[in-house]
Design a protein around this ligand. Structure first.
Ligand SMILES: *Cc1c(COP(=O)(O)O)cnc(C)c1O
Length: 391
């Protein structure tokens, strides 16, 4: 974009143009992948400016990372953003940036499993006290604050169980106590939620998911307000978590169609979620936009829309029948991750993970990612699967 927007541009327009500087690349509208480690300096005077020069070593940033980060920061309304090699590493940056031995961090009980493992295996080992809190706690979080509480991490909706958090209430409580907040926004993306506009300090995304959108890249990004930015950038640099140029290129390219894909994922997933709610084999649908979801009112309050990822609980728990259903699917594949063009069906077990608030829902849980296929074809695949389950 040539000039900063005035009046403010809509998300669709920002997704189309943010981070693009054709004049720098012989008129090319997309930034080519810059494969660089060594960057040489013409003069000693230039050399002396490091690290204040825009680029001085591949790990610290390249035109490919700068273009992606500029686009994300614009979309998030952040002071700045930094890309990392995966969503998980982006989460670690947010956690490590503000904590030291003796500090206390509050994590939601329904957080992404590997986030929890990293907290246990790394942060706890380095003396950070991790406490898991019930995700629907809202303003009640302040009862858990201790003198050394440094950070409240949120993930909304939560992995596997899709509770939508009261972001505003948690932020207000944390701010009143001088505690930082961070959120994992991989599900909503800035198309459907801009956490910094609600006062969250740091927003983390797995760009592997919807941002890249084509199941072919691993990437993370951390965005922060002005106050938190220096600590975030320093942590990413010190941990050496740089992203590859190819991945940055793919994610920058993915951004250009993010809003269009998100609208389709949302429409198709809602159609299928409503249909699943009428199926006798389905006990409950866990979709933030449906009244049956915990935190549905929070979703209405904070979110502009939904993505294509949600959960269901089946009445059936018999392993043989579940396997018969899953093994026979033709369009839905079993796979980790979500956010790509293809539909996925993922068997999950929330109960053993939780410690702060037991997951008491009986029945077998499945996570669905609704891809860009035709919904009639997808329903036919699911209907046949549910028949195998009941046979
Ligand atoms: C997948 C995922 C991550 C981790 O992202 P990777 O790019 O796979 O490392 C983080 N948070 C959530 C909610 C995720 O689903």
């Amino acid at each position: 974009m040539k000039k900063p927007p005035s009046p403010p541009l809509s998300t669709a327009t920002l997704l189309t143009h943010a981070g693009s500087h054709p004049q720098r690349y012989h008129g090319a509208v997309s930034v080519p992948p810059h494969r660089m480690s060594t960057i040489v300096f013409d003069t000693y005077e230039e050399f002396e400016k490091v690290p204040k020069t825009p680029f001085y070593y591949g790990r610290a940033g390249t035109p490919s990372s700068a273009a992606f980060e500029e686009a994300i920061a614009t979309l998030e309304g952040a002071h700045n953003s930094v890309s990392t090699c995966s969503g998980l590493s982006a989460i670690l940056v947010a956690l490590i940036a503000f904590t030291r031995a003796g500090d206390h961090v509050l994590m939601p009980d329904n957080c992404y499993g590997p986030s929890r493992k990293s907290c246990e295996d790394i942060l706890r080992r380095f003396g950070v006290d991790i406490e898991y809190y019930p995700p629907m706690i809202g303003g009640g979080i302040s009862a858990l604050f201790r003198p050394h509480t440094r950070l409240v991490f949120m993930e909304s909706p939560g992995s596997l169980t899709f509770e939508v958090q009261d972001i505003g209430a948690i932020v207000a409580a944390a701010k009143a106590a001088g505690i930082r907040t961070a959120i994992d926004n991989s599900w909503a993306t800035p198309v459907n939620l801009r956490p910094l506009a609600h006062g969250v300090d740091v927003c983390v995304m797995s760009a592997t998911k919807y941002v890249s959108g084509h199941s072919d890249a691993m990437l993370g990004v951390v965005s922060a307000n002005e106050e938190c930015w220096p600590a975030i950038k320093r942590a990413a640099l010190m941990l050496g978590l740089c992203a590859g140029s190819e991945e940055l290129y793919l994610a920058s390219r993915g951004l250009r169609t993010l809003h269009v894909r998100m609208a389709q994922h949302q429409a198709s997933a809602l159609d299928i979620a409503h249909w699943l709610a009428t199926q006798p084999a389905v006990k409950r649908v866990l979709h933030p936009a449906l009244g049956s979801a915990r935190g549905h009112d929070n979703w209405k309050k904070y979110y502009q829309g939904a993505s294509g990822t949600f959960g269901i609980i089946l009445h059936e728990t018999d392993r043989t029948k579940i396997a018969r259903m899953l093994d026979g699917m033709t369009l839905f594949s079993m796979g980790f991750s979500w956010g790509g063009f293809e539909s996925l069906l993922f068997p999950e077990q929330p109960a053993p993970i939780r410690t702060a608030e037991p997951w008491t829902e009986s029945g077998f849980s499945l996570r669905l990612h609704i891809g860009l296929e035709d919904t009639t074809d997808l329903k036919n695949d699911l209907e046949a699967g549910l028949k195998r389950l009941l046979a």
